[in-house]
Design a protein around this ligand. Structure first.
Ligand code: FES
Ligand code: FES
Length: 162
């Protein structure tokens, strides 16, 4: 048995930037984002696929980055909350969470925004049921979800008008 773990070379596009990294095969995607790339907007809550604080987009789909290895992202496009704003302007989803008071402590918020992004990229007029289903994997301990729903509805309206 070798006593050192061989690193694996991977290439990923993170928030529009191509990145080449060497990662241990056991490194989680969330560890790669937070520790190797310093993108600490992606949070870790449970580390067991329950809370959704670690949600990011992989090739446009919401995934829980604590439940994937970094090597599984080889060749993929990843978007974290840091990648939502453009040229210093908040993304309409980020703005709507602020305007509709869709957050309190904010720990769950990056994950909720990316789940909302996945929903709104496929469905521009989501019903309340659609929204509840889309965020079913994101736990929020503060808001009671009502203002999160309002924020996502507001984001949908604003994105339609944009
Ligand atoms: S930290 Fe990934 S689901 Fe909770
Ligand atoms: S705003 Fe605090 S956990 Fe959601």
């Amino acid at each position: 048995m070798p006593d050192t773990i061989q690193s694996v070379a991977i290439k990923v596009n993170v928030n529009g930037k191509p990145r080449s990294l060497k990662v241990e095969p056991r490194m989680l995607l969330v560890e790669m984002l937070r520790e190797a790339l310093d993108l600490t907007g992606t949070h870790v809550g449970c580390d067991t696929t329950y809370c959704g604080a670690c949600t990011v987009l992989m090739n446009g789909a919401a995934v829980k980055s604590c439940t994937m290895f970094a090597v599984q992202a080889d060749g993929a496009e990843i978007t974290t909350v840091e990648g939502l704003e453009r040229d210093g302007q908040l993304h309409p989803i980020q703005k709507a969470f602020g305007d509709a008071y869709g957050l309190q402590c904010g720990y769950c918020t990056p994950g909720l925004m990316l789940s909302a992004h996945h929903l709104l990229s496929r469905n521009q007029q989501p019903s309340e049921k659609d929204i509840r289903k889309a965020i079913a994997g994101n736990t929020c301990r503060c808001t009671g979800y009502q203002n999160v729903l309002k924020a996502i509805q507001l984001a949908a309206q604003n994105m339609k008008g944009a």
